[in-house]
Design a protein around this ligand. Structure first.
Ligand code: ATP
Ligand code: MG
Length: 615
């Protein structure tokens, strides 16, 4: 392709709206333009890379025997009502009503559509397993679309769904996807961090997320340098640590009884450290949380007569709203995702000041664990842990806590003696420096974005949507299911995020929009003729080549070709002929080769690079 015949509108300036490298470079190198908030146009140059990403994913799906489908993007609301997600998906799902008042959904994902499709085709166990996928448009009304196509509203996802007669069959397919994903990411030149949702702590994994490191990542990953433990901070656990006193010695139990200390205005942990001249590790802070849809059995919990328990169609009794006091060591933070999981709640949030006073008797900052009668007390395992036999091991001793009334703190508080928990749980936010529960090494942490996800769904959709088949004995059975997603746009952006320098993109050969660029210093005379010959030879060899036929100054052309990130560059200049200059974008080395051999040499590099990525 001659540059003059395509449309690659490069930009000199960094567009103000773009804060991350991939977004800036996708705009600057003419891959992408914004049409609306979270809505993007791929220009021809960008689309070539996009299609390559798509095709690599497609090839690897085909390789494991997955069958390609294409669902409509707009689907009937009815199937979403069947699964129950019409109500629960929230504002992220774009709904529409057509001229005959039918309710429609612009697919944010396609479990419902595939489950409905398979339901209609499935009759016998002989048809299973079925592994179906598509590469198709999704729409999610993200509150804050940002970082270009990294988090857009409309985007393309490869989503796959599998249906099985047995758990073993699901496990087998899941493993195939786990392998295929690793191959996909290798071929795309992407370094991913696989994160098991259960962090390996409970044996078999039901879910794995593939994360890419990113300074703007929405997820925090907790990683062990020694044993490879990797977990999202929403799931990460750590080894217990020993709480120390002001002399750095392990805290010891006190026999002194609780004393009240007046301390007006001493509310924060930092203020408490100053006032009491003690380390935060010897404080127990207590926070009041409001939980939504908790499925815990609270029949015997303090104060819980007040919370309304309901049982709806789901058949599971739950509390639409309930409150909890959460006690944790003073230097630690509560992780709300871990807390929600422990409370079997859909969500938790800090209670408002009125509720804090209502349930604890004290304003925020003076809430204590002693004498709470209106809420169940959840105690983090940093403070105490419960043995199998119901006895406790106490980790924080002789503690300072809120006094349960305004402007008063308690000292000499002994967990177990002065308060007992309704439940102990691991709800702390694990951070870099905490110790790995598997091997004891010190964690480090990274920010990341989810690029792909594989998940054993089980019967969630097949049950609610009544999918059945007849087994060998003619008995009706329900299939079990898996689902597997990768964001195509996010993969493309992540590739640029990982492969660029100050001058522009550095495409891995597998996804480069063009593999070779030919830049005649001037597009005239012998330079034009020689460039034309190399171009024809490369075209003939099936190498995707861009010929810079513009009448720009050489400096401008070189800058542009670097910005575009074409892996191999051939410069045809008068002073070097009959030789030409051959340079790879990912290295500073330059070599002079006879013009007659340039095409073959470049083709060799292209093939070698491809073999490396695909190997
Ligand atoms: P995130 O936590 O980033 O919102 P998710 O958990 O909602 O992701 P899934 O529902 O598992 O994502 O979707 C599968 C894949 O689709 C993701 O791994 C990601 O690559 C991609 N994806 C999800 N939302 C977006 C978006 N708004 N823009 C671009 N890609 C997206
Ligand atoms: Mg999301």
């Amino acid at each position: 392709m001659k540059i003059s015949e395509t449309m690659i509108p490069t930009l000199r300036e960094v567009p103000a709206e773009a804060v991350i490298a991939s977004h800036q470079l996708m705009l600057r190198a003419g891959l992408l333009r914004k049409l609306g908030n979270g809505l993007f146009v791929y220009l021809p140059f960008g689309l070539r890379a996009f299609r390559k990403v798509e095709n690599i994913i497609r090839e690897e799906m085909d390789n494991i025997g997955a069958l390609e489908f294409k669902q409509p993007v707009v689907v009937p609301g009815d199937i979403w009502k069947e699964s129950g997600r019409w109500e629960t998906m929230g504002a992220g799902m774009l709904k529409a009503v057509n001229r005959v008042d039918q309710e429609l959904v612009v697919s944010p994902t396609a479990e419902e559509a595939f489950t409905a499709t398979i339901r209609d085709e499935l009759s016998s166990y002989k048809q299973l397993p079925i592994v179906a996928y598509q590469i198709n448009t999704k729409y999610r009304d993200e509150i804050r679309p940002r970082y270009g196509v990294m988090r857009g509203r409309e985007f393309t996802m490869k989503d796959a769904y599998s249906f099985h007669t047995t758990q073993e069959s699901l496990d087998e397919t899941y493993e195939k996807f786990a392998k295929a994903y690793r191959r996909i990411f290798k071929r795309l030149g992407l370094t991913v961090i696989p994160v098991r949702a259960d962090s390996g702590a409970m044996g078999g994994s039901g879910s794995e997320e593939f994360m890419v490191e990113s300074v703007i990542g929405d997820d925090t990953l907790i990683l062990c340098p020694k044993c490879g433990y990797a977990a999202n901070t929403e799931k990460a656990a750590c080894a217990p640590d020993i709480a120390c006193d002001k002399d750095g010695k392990p805290q010891v139990a006190t026999t002194a009884s609780i004393e009240k200390v007046s301390c007006p205005g001493v509310e924060t942990i930092v203020q408490m450290e100053e006032f009491f001249k003690m380390p935060a590790q010897q404080f127990i802070k207590v926070l009041i949380y409001k939980a939504f849809n908790s499925e815990l059995d609270l029949t015997n919990a303090p104060g819980c007569k007040e919370f309304k328990c309901v049982t709806d169609e789901s058949g599971i009794p739950h509390y639409p709203e309930s409150f909890f006091a959460v006690a944790i060591r003073g230097d630690l933070d509560v992780n709300e995702a871990k807390l929600a999981a422990n409370l079997k709640a859909s969500e938790v949030e800090l209670a408002c000041e009125d509720d804090v006073i209502k349930y604890s008797g004290a304003p925020h900052g003076f809430v204590g664990p002693v004498g709470l009668t209106k809420v169940p007390l959840i105690v983090d395992e940093s403070v105490m842990t419960r043995n199998e036999d119901g006895t406790f091991v106490v980790h924080v001793h002789d503690a300072v806590t809120g006094g349960g009334i305004a402007d008063v703190d308690n000292i000499h508080v002994e967990p177990g003696r002065d308060f007992t928990p309704f439940m102990t749980a691991d709800v702390r936010t694990v951070v870099a420096g905490d110790k790995c529960p598997n091997c004891g090494a010190e964690f480090y942490s990274k920010k990341g974005n989810e690029l792909g996800h594989i998940f054993k769904l089980g019967y969630k959709y097949t049950k609610t949507m009544n999918v059945t088949y007849l087994d060998e004995n003619g008995k009706q059975q329900i299939p079990t299911m898996g689902c597997y997603g990768i964001g195509v746009d996010r993969a493309l952006a992540s590739i640029i995020e990982e492969h660029h320098d100050d001058n522009g993109i550095i495409w891995p050969m597998s996804v480069a929009p063009y593999q070779v660029a030919i830049v005649p210093v001037k597009y005239e005379g012998t330079m034009k003729v020689e460039a034309g010959k190399i171009y024809d030879a490369l075209q003939k060899a099936g190498i995707e080549t861009l010929l810079d036929d513009r009448s720009e100054r050489p400096g401008v052309k070189f800058k542009d070709i670097d910005l575009l990130g074409i892996p191999v560059r051939i410069v045809v200049g008068e002073k070097n002929l009959p030789n030409v200059e051959l340079k790879c974008r990912n290295s500073a080395d330059m070599q002079l080769v006879p013009a007659t051999e340039a095409a073959a040499k470049a083709a060799e590099i292209v093939k070698a690079e491809l073999a490396k990525l695909n190997g």
